[in-house]
Structures are given as structure tokens and as C-alpha cells.
Design a protein around this ligand. Structure first.
Ligand SMILES: [Zn+2]
Length: 311
């Protein structure tokens, strides 16, 4: 069947812990056009029912703003995943969604089956199709921010990139590999010493505050700005970079992707791309590291664009 203008329209929603964003996209070949975009607070403290209604209202308003009368196919990206067995949300850091039939409830409100995927998978999918990973076959997207996540993209039968989430919906979750299950910092997943508890932004900020004896942690930006005159700031950032290299080397050893694309607030740390890659090279099971580790090109929009590519 020839695609019509209507079936190339897509709605994407990026549901985060603090904000939710929706876009209506028109897809055409290897480019896209944003027809409308709205962003609102998630207000997750108001609970499960509120988030469902707020998401549905956001989608209806974004579609109306685009001047459409019919609802296009909808994809939603969010932290966590949907259990294949039960259809319930798991692993979301918006914890009021865990154990709830969120996909079914949202689909009922919107009058169609909504596709869901992990937000890191959406990020990786958007960058593989339209951003830094364009033209590469297997792309691993890294999210280094409030949390540490990842998404794996492989070519589909049609040749277009497709997110691989695995039979348990956990593919790419390198952030919850435990490095020190006995004595490591506790993680929201219930274990200790996960990679996320060392590499996330809050982890880095807490490490600096602890070494400096600060009651309130400084922001990542402030720590970075201090590094010229404060050896402790430099030491914390160096240790973070070394651990990033060692942790990402395990991903490279297992997946050996054609490209790694970095997203999240810490992807602005320029040294991760050179010094981080040099550290990774020490731990990769190869005499050289040829995997490009590059910055994203779509910025904050990658999540919502990737969600629109799901249906
Ligand atoms: Zn964990």
C-alpha cells in the first residue's frame, strides 16, 4: 500500500518525571517536520490518575494545534518498561506508575492502541534515524543524566532503524549493572552499587559534596567551573571519566556497536569523548578501540521524536 499523507503523521510523547512533551511530526523519507509541540509539567506528586489525564489532554491539544481532525498513531517514551507477561509498568522512576496498566489506561483515553518504549530507546532510535547515528547500522544510545540508561538500535527488516528492547524489555540497561553489591551506594532499583549510583549527575554531585564536607551539593556546572582551582573537583571529574570508560567498555565488549551516541545532561562533558574513550580502550577486548563515541545532534528533542517513530 502506498503511504498517504495521513499515515506519515505521528504523535510522539516524552513522559519525564518533571515534564511531559508532545509533538506532531510529518515523516518524509529521511527527514521530518514538526507541526506542533507542547510541553507541560508532569506533576507526578498528584498521582496515577492525574498523569493519565494530563498525558491524554496534552496529546489532544497538540493534535488540535497542528490543525488535524483525525488522531495520528501515537508513541510514548518514558523511563522503565512494560512487562511482557503482565502488561504492567516496571522500573519507572516515576514510581506511582509501577505495577499499573498505564499503557491500557492511556490507550483507552486516546481511543487507540498506543505504542510505549523506554525513553533511552526512543533517544537512540531518533539519533539513529535522524541524528548522529544516521547511516550507521547498530547504534547504542547512552543517557548520562539524572539516571544512567541506554538503548540499542538495530536495522529492521525494512532497513530502517528499530529499537531492540528484548524479551524482558531491559536491553541496554547498563546503568543497573552492580559494581559493588555489598558496599556501593543504594540504588532506587533496590540493589547497591549500580553503575548509575556512580555515573549519574546526582552521584557525581554527592561525591564532591562528601569529599568537601558540604551540607548542600553544588551543581555539576559549579563543580566543572571549579576544577581549575580545586584539585578535589578535578579528582572527582577524573574518577568519573575513568569509570565511564570502564563501564562503557563492557557495553562495547558485548554489543560492539558501530557507534555510541551520548545524551543526557552529562553528555556536555567534552572530555568524555576523548579521555573517556581512551579509558574505554584500556578495557576493551581488542588491541584498538575504533567505536566512535559522539555527542547527540537532536538535543532535548530526541526523546519525543523517537517516541513518534515507534508506531
Ligand atoms: Zn540500580
Amino acid at each position: 500500500m502506498e503511504p498517504t499523507a495521513q499515515n506519515q503523521l505521528r504523535v510522539g510523547v516524552d513522559l519525564g518525571g518533571t515534564k511531559m512533551e508532545a509533538v506532531v511530526l510529518r515523516l518524509s523519507g529521511d527527514s521530518f517536520e514538526v507541526l506542533s509541540r507542547l510541553r507541560r509539567p508532569t506533576e507526578r506528586e498528584l498521582g496515577y490518575e492525574h498523569i493519565q489525564s494530563a498525558l491524554a489532554d496534552l496529546v489532544y491539544d497538540t493534535v488540535r494545534q497542528a490543525g488535524l481532525t483525525d488522531m495520528p498513531p501515537i508513541g510514548v517514551g518514558m523511563p522503565g518498561s512494560i512487562s511482557r507477561r503482565s502488561g504492567l509498568i516496571k522500573n519507572s522512576n516515576t514510581t506511582c506508575l509501577n505495577g499499573r496498566p498505564f499503557r491500557d489506561d492511556v490507550s483507552a483515553k486516546l481511543g487507540q492502541r498506543v505504542r510505549f518504549a523506554n525513553d533511552a530507546n526512543c533517544f537512540a532510535l531518533a539519533e539513529a534515524r535522524f541524528g548522529a547515528g544516521r547511516g550507521h547500522s547498530v547504534v547504542f544510545g547512552v543517557i548520562l543524566g539524572t539516571g544512567v540508561g541506554g538503548g540499542l538500535v538495530i536495522p529492521s527488516i525494512s532497513g530502517l532503524p528499530d529499537a531492540w528492547d528484548g524479551p524482558q524489555g531491559i536491553a541496554g540497561e547498563w546503568g543497573h549493572v552492580s559494581l559493588d553489591p555489598e558496599n556501593g551506594p543504594s540504588c532506587y532499583c533496590g540493589r547497591r552499587g549500580c553503575i548509575e549510583t556512580y555515573l549519574s549527575g546526582p552521584a557525581l554531585e554527592a561525591r564532591y559534596a562528601s569529599l568537601r564536607g558540604l551540607a548542600q551539593p553544588l551543581s555539576l556546572r559549579q563543580i566543572v567551573d571549579r576544577r581549575a582551582e580545586d584539585p578535589v573537583a578535578q579528582q572527582v571529574l577524573d574518577a568519573h571519566c575513568q569509570l565511564f570508560g570502564r563501564a562503557i567498555a563492557t557495553v562495547i565488549n558485548i554489543v560492539d556497536p558501530d557507534l555510541i551516541v551520548m545524551g543526557g545532561g552529562l553528555s556536555h562533558l567534552s572530555w568524555l569523548y576523548q579521555a573517556g574513550a581512551t579509558e574505554a580502550a584500556k578495557w576493551v577486548f581488542s588491541d584498538e578501540l575504533t567505536t566512535p563515541i559522539v555527542a547527540n545532534q537532536l538535543g532535548d528533542s530526541a526523546g519525543v521524536i523517537g517516541a513518534a517513530l515507534l508506531p
